[in-house]
Design a protein around this ligand. Sequence first.
Ligand code: NAD
Ligand code: UGA
Length: 465
Amino acid sequence: MTHVKNICCIGAGYVGGPTCAVIAYKCPDIKVTIVDVNAIRIAAWNSGRLPIYEPGLDEIVFARRNKNLFFSTEVEKAVNEADLIFVSVNTPTKKTGVGAGYAADLAYVESATRGIADVAKSSKIVVEKSTVPCRTAESMRTILEANSSDDIRFDILSNPEFLAEGTAINDLLYPDRVLIGALQTPEGLNAQKALVEVYAHWVPTERIITTNLWSSELSKLAANALLAQRISSVNALSAICEATGADIDEVAYACGRDARIGPKFLKASVGFGGSCFQKDILNLVYLSEQLNLPEVAAYWKQVVDLNEYQKKRFVSRIIKTLFNTITNKRIALLGFAFKKDTGDTRESAAITLCKNFIQENAKVRIYDPKVSSEQIYMDLSEPGIVDNTEEVKKHITITSSAYEAADNTDAIVIATEWDEFKTLDYEKIYDRMNKPAFIFDGRLILDASKLQNIGFRVHTIGRAA
Ligand code: NAD
Ligand code: UGA
């Protein structure tokens, strides 16, 4: 059986970085090198300020860096030295061409695979870590085999990642499960065993699930679709709550107490964000269409449509409440990240809110504890959002505290559930706002009755005003 001694991870992003740092931390006998074509990102991984914010990540990286954990741009060298290679590159939704707007862009996976085929001088286990459509491993195998010689073999495994941002380190240290799919051949099963042995350094073996390759690939898309579906379900119910006087937190709690339903992922919100839920569901929709399963495609598509509806609904409620116009009104937007405890803004609901506020000519003052001004300007200047940095700058001010953001505004909008927003001095904030002072809680984190006692007019997702 192969015993893995040297791991290379292609892609030093939100997944490759934390995942392989934890492997290095838990497996001091294995050398781990994380490589990326992005030299700035690699320099940051080698510096005192890591390129991503994730609680607990610094400690793990600083404990192992330059011992058995290395970050490098020398892709070729690291690939050659490794006996197991994770492919952890981005798989965004295609923007143009066949499948645009739905299919995953597999160009980065293919280029990493070709890179391995071009330089490998010994046999490798190649592991799909990126989230990919079902049967991608087949294309990878075809490319690798077409380029292999008699004395070099490539075995492909699927080992999708289930970490969530903000809790990545905890998720990696104590995973609910690790999933490893392999071809059901003696060589495939041998490779699977080698990767099981790596995880078994810290993951109890009953939590390591082994399956065939295609089940593993599909399980990743399925898990994200099921999680997002719960959020869209609860968000659909939140609209009924607002119209009836039922309270979505009470409904979610009552439903979640049923052991068959369970309490997690039932928090209503302004809409889910993040780099993966939407992309992976659209990917599943595309796959279903390709398989000539239009009813299945329509079923999953509705999860994304409902999410768009939820954001639109929240914006409409804000405009309607602010006397049907927000032109030249000042709005404090608290939170820009797609969830708390991360600086990641990909597909954040806050971006859609800002886009709509700018279209309505409002003046928006944004505060987020972890997102930089540059990132906010960049996100809002994207084509399809505002597409014009000057226009963005005319409407947006970035502040360094929630208090500064709220100064002289007409309304506060909570877009991200950062803990610090729960304990702000709202009396002080109220005094410095225009009256009537409104709060729109898109995350159900504030005590509405306390705020009403101060004088605020409070509107919460999933509750009647
Ligand atoms: P990311 O964009 O943060 O990182 C990907 C990195 O790969 C980039 O730094 C890019 O420069 C690098 N890269 C691309 N092609 C390369 C090549 N040929 N050689 C070397 N480097 C290359 O992406 P991410 O968030 O880490 O996601 C990676 C994959 O993991 C995606 O498929 C995603 O769906 C999946 N995933 C993400 C999360 C998450 O929380 N972000 C969780 C689970 C799974
Ligand atoms: C999600 C999954 O939870 C991970 O298992 C998966 O590995 C990852 O996607 C991925 O494939 O990228 P992530 O997007 O990092 O992780 O974060 P989540 O905690 O799932 O939150 C996603 C979005 O849903 C956030 O905007 C969050 O605020 C929102 N959300 C979450 C709700 O609105 N309500 C909830 O009850 C839970």
